[in-house]
Design a protein around this ligand. Structure first.
Ligand SMILES: Cc1ncc(C[n+]2csc(CCOP(=O)(O)OP(=O)(O)O)c2C)c(N)n1
Ligand SMILES: [Mg+2]
Length: 355
C-alpha cells in the first residue's frame, strides 16, 4: 500500500499587510527576479483590463475575465523552466504572454480569427481548453510521456474549483498519482463555477482534501500572494523533477468580476465580499510589498504599466489589421470526405457574407 499523504490545509502566505502581518521573503529570488515578476503581473492585468474595454467596443468576442487571478498565474509560471509545458483553461487565456506569445495572437483567439492559433510546441503552451477539465488528462498524459522519454519536462495544468467535480479531473488525477507523472495540478479556487458556489461544488472541507485520495500531496496557498504561489509551485516542480510525482495546489482566490462578459453576477454575488477582495487585489498587494522592500518606486511602476499599455495598443492594432479569414475555413477541418452538398453550402455562405 502506498502511504496516504496528508493535505496541507493552512493557507500559505509570504506577503504581509504592511502592518501587523510581517513580510516574508523567498530564498533564491534576486531583485531583478522580483521586478520581472512584477512586470508579468502588470502585463497580465493590463491585458485583462484592456480586453474588457475591447469587448465593450465590439473589437473582441465574449471574454473570460481573470482580474484578481494574475498572481496565481504569474507566480506559478515563474517557477517553471522554459522547457516545461503549460496547459491553460480559458481563465488563463493570456498566460502565453509570459512565454512570448504576442498579444495580437491571443486577441486574435478571442476574435475567433485563425491568427489566434499557435503551435503549442513553439511556446510549450497547449491550446486553451474551454471544456472544463478535459485538458487535465492531456497534461497528465503529456507529462507521463515526457517521463517515459526521459525529457525532464514538467507539465502544469490550470483549472477551476468547478473542474474538480468533473470526471476528466478524476481520471487525470488518478492516472497522475498511479503513474507518478511529473505534473502540477493547479486549481484556481475562485469560489465560483459561474453561479455555483464552491460550497455546492463539494462537501469536502477544502479542495486539497481531494489530493489525499489520489495519493499526492495537496498544498493550499493564498492565490493572491504571488510569492506564496511561486514557492508552492517551485516545490511541486522540484518534486516532479525528482521523480516523486504530481502535486495538487489549491490557489485560493475570489472571483470579483463576472464569470465572463456575458454574465450578470448581481443575481448571485455578495457585493460586500467583492468590494473587500478588490481592495486587497494581488497586483497592488505585490506592488506595495516591493515598495516596502525598496525594490520598486512609484515612478518605475508607472513606467512598467505604460509599457504594458503599449503592448496592448500594438496588439489590438495588429489583430485588427489581419485580413478576414476565408469563410471556407468553417468547413476545412470538418470533414475527411466532404458531402456533395458542401460546395453549395460554401457558395451560399460566400453569397451571404460576400467573402
Ligand atoms: C465540460 C463542460 N461542461 C460545462 C461547461 C460550461 N461551463 C463553462 S465555465 C463553467 C464553470 C467552471 O467553473 P470553474 O471550474 O470553477 O472555473 P472558473 O470559470 O471559475 O475559472 C461551466 C460549467 C463547459 N465549458 N465544459
Ligand atoms: Mg471557479
Amino acid at each position: 500500500m502506498s502511504r496516504v499523504l496528508p493535505a496541507e490545509t493552512e493557507l500559505r502566505r509570504v506577503i504581509g499587510d504592511g502592518e501587523a502581518v510581517p513580510d516574508g521573503q523567498i530564498e533564491g529570488l534576486s531583485f531583478d527576479d522580483l521586478i520581472a515578476l512584477y512586470r508579468d503581473l502588470v502585463l497580465l492585468r493590463t491585458y485583462d483590463e484592456r480586453s474588457v474595454v475591447y469587448h465593450r467596443q465590439g473589437r473582441i468576442g465574449t471574454y473570460a475575465i481573470y482580474w484578481g487571478h494574475e498572481a496565481m498565474q504569474a507566480g506559478s509560471v515563474f517557477a517553471l523552466e522554459d522547457r516545461d509545458w503549460i496547459f491553460p483553461s480559458y481563465r488563463e487565456s493570456a498566460i502565453g504572454l509570459l512565454r512570448g506569445i504576442s498579444a495580437s495572437t491571443i486577441l486574435g483567439w478571442w476574435r475567433g480569427h485563425p491568427s489566434g492559433w499557435w503551435s503549442p510546441a513553439d511556446f510549450r503552451v497547449a491550446s486553451i481548453s474551454v471544456p472544463i477539465a478535459t485538458h487535465v488528462p492531456h497534461a497528465v498524459g503529456f507529462a507521463w510521456g515526457s517521463k517515459l522519454k526521459s525529457e525532464d519536462r514538467v507539465a502544469i495544468v490550470y483549472f477551476g474549483d468547478g473542474a474538480t467535480s468533473e470526471g476528466s479531473f478524476h481520471e487525470g488525477a488518478t492516472f497522475a498519482g498511479v503513474m507518478k507523472a511529473p505534473v502540477v495540478l493547479l486549481c484556481n479556487n475562485n469560489q465560483w463555477a459561474i453561479s455555483t458556489p464552491v460550497s455546492k461544488q463539494t462537501a469536502a472541507e477544502s479542495l486539497t482534501d481531494k489530493a489525499v485520495g489520489y495519493g499526492m500531496p495537496g498544498v493550499r496557498v493564498d492565490g493572491g500572494d504571488v510569492l506564496a504561489v511561486y514557492e508552492a509551485t517551485r516545490e511541486a516542480v522540484e518534486r516532479a523533477r525528482a521523480g516523486e510525482g504530481p502535486t495538487f495546489i489549491e490557489a485560493v482566490t475570489y472571483r470579483t468580476a463576472p464569470h465572463g462578459t456575458a454574465d450578470d453576477p448581481s443575481l448571485y454575488i455578495d457585493e460586500e465580499r467583492v468590494a473587500e477582495e478588490r481592495a486587497n487585489e494581488c497586483v497592488g498587494r505585490y506592488e506595495r510589498y516591493l515598495i516596502r522592500l525598496g525594490v520598486l518606486t512609484e515612478e518605475a511602476a508607472g513606467g512598467i504599466r505604460q509599457e504594458a499599455l503599449e503592448v496592448m495598443r500594438a496588439g489590438i492594432a495588429a489583430a485588427e489589421a489581419e485580413p478576414p479569414a476565408d469563410v471556407s475555413l468553417v468547413f476545412d477541418h470538418a470533414y475527411a470526405d466532404p458531402p456533395p452538398t458542401q460546395a453549395y453550402d460554401l457558395a451560399e455562405l460566400r453569397r451571404i457574407l460576400g467573402g
